[in-house]
Design a protein around this ligand. Structure first.
Ligand SMILES: [Zn+2]
Length: 300
C-alpha cells in the first residue's frame, strides 16, 4: 500500500515538525519512516518513505501512518492555517480601521478562536480539531496525496465557515466593547464637569446584583425623574437599574460609597459601570448598617 505524500505551499516546516514527533513514536516501535522532499513551482512535497526509500509499505503500517499524518496535519491547520484564514477575513472586511483598532480587533478574533466550550457544533476549538482530523483521516483512506491548503479550501467548507462566524462574533463583541467604552467616557465627562448636587450617595447592593441609592443620612434617594420614567419602564424600554444609574449620574456626588451584599461579593455590571464612571470618587464599605440584608429591613 502506498504511503501518503503531502503537498503544501507555505507550511512545509510546520508539517515536518509535527511529523517528526509522530515518526519518533514509530521509531520506538522499530519502524523507520522518513520524509523525502521535492519542490514543484510554489509547491513543496513531502513524500513518506520507508528506510529503504520505498513509497509503499504493508497495509497495516500504511494505515497507521495515514492516521498519524491526519493528526499531524490537523494540528498544523488548527495552529497555523486557522489564524491565517481569520486574518485574511479581517483584512478583507476591516482594513479601513485605524491601525490600533485593527490590532485590537485581531486580538479579539484570536481570543474568540481560542475560547473553549462556549457553544454547539464547531464553536469550540477542540471540536474543530476533531472535525478536521476526522475529515483528513477519511480523505487519506482513499487518496495517496493531500494538498494541505487545497484541502482546507475545498473540503473543509463547514470548518472555514465556522472561522468566518467566529470572526463575526469577535467583531460584534469588539464593537459593543468600543461603544460601551465611548458611553462610559461620555458619562465620566458629564460627571466631572457637573457641579455635585450631593456630597455623598450610598449605593446598597443586594446579593442578586440589584442596587438602591441612599443619601448621607441613609435615607432613600427620591427621584424627580422617576414618575415620568415609570411609563417607559412599564413598556420595558428602561430598566429599573437604568433609572437609578441616571439618578446617580445626575447627582454627580463627590463621593459614592458602595455597600456590599451578604457574602461580600458584588455581582452585576452596573457596579462596574459606576466604578468606571466615578473613578476614585468610589469607595467600598466593608461593613455598616447599610451593608447586607439590613438594606431590605430599611425598606429599600
Ligand atoms: Zn456599608
Amino acid at each position: 500500500m502506498q504511503l501518503p505524500s503531502i503537498g503544501t505551499q507555505k507550511h512545509a516546516e510546520h508539517v515536518k515538525r509535527q511529523l517528526d514527533s509522530a515518526f519518533q513514536a514509530f521509531c520506538a516501535e522499530g519502524v523507520d519512516i522518513h520524509l523525502q522532499e521535492r519542490s514543484c513551482g510554489k509547491m513543496h512535497f513531502l513524500d513518506l518513505v520507508t528506510v529503504d526509500g520505498d513509497t509503499s509499505a504493508p497495509a497495516a503500517l500504511t494505515k497507521k501512518v495515514r492516521g498519524q499524518v491526519a493528526t499531524a496535519l490537523s494540528e498544523v491547520i488548527l495552529d497555523h492555517l486557522e489564524e491565517e484564514i481569520a486574518r485574511r477575513i479581517v483584512h478583507e472586511g476591516y482594513n479601513h480601521f485605524p491601525r490600533d483598532e485593527y490590532s485590537s480587533l485581531l486580538e479579539s478574533v484570536t481570543e474568540e478562536l481560542h475560547g473553549e466550550g462556549k457553544g454547539y457544533g464547531l464553536v469550540d476549538r477542540s471540536s474543530r480539531r476533531l472535525f478536521v482530523a476526522q475529515h483528513l483521516k477519511e480523505y487519506l483512506e482513499t487518496h495517496d496525496q493531500v494538498n494541505l491548503e487545497g484541502f482546507v479550501r475545498f473540503r473543509l467548507k463547514e470548518y472555514t465557515g465556522e472561522i468566518e462566524e467566529a470572526v463575526d462574533r469577535a467583531v460584534d463583541s469588539y464593537m459593543m466593547e468600543k461603544e460601551y467604552g465611548e458611553f462610559i467616557r461620555l458619562l465620566r465627562y458629564f460627571v466631572e464637569t457637573q457641579e455635585p448636587r450631593a456630597d455623598e450617595v450610598n449605593v446598597i447592593v443586594s446579593a442578586d446584583g440589584q442596587f438602591w441609592l441612599a443619601d448621607a443620612q441613609g435615607q432613600k434617594v427620591k427621584s424627580s425623574h422617576l414618575d415620568e420614567l415609570v411609563i417607559e419602564m412599564v413598556d420595558g424600554d428602561i430598566e429599573y437599574e437604568d433609572v437609578l444609574m441616571s439618578n446617580l449620574i445626575t447627582m454627580a456626588p463627590s463621593s459614592v460609597v458602595i455597600h456590599r451584599p451578604e457574602g461580600g461579593e458584588i455581582p452585576g455590571t452596573y457596579i462596574e459601570t459606576i466604578k468606571s464612571v466615578f473613578g476614585d470618587r468610589v469607595k467600598t464599605c466593608f461593613g455598616c448598617s447599610l451593608c447586607g440584608h439590613s438594606a431590605r429591613k430599611k425598606g429599600f
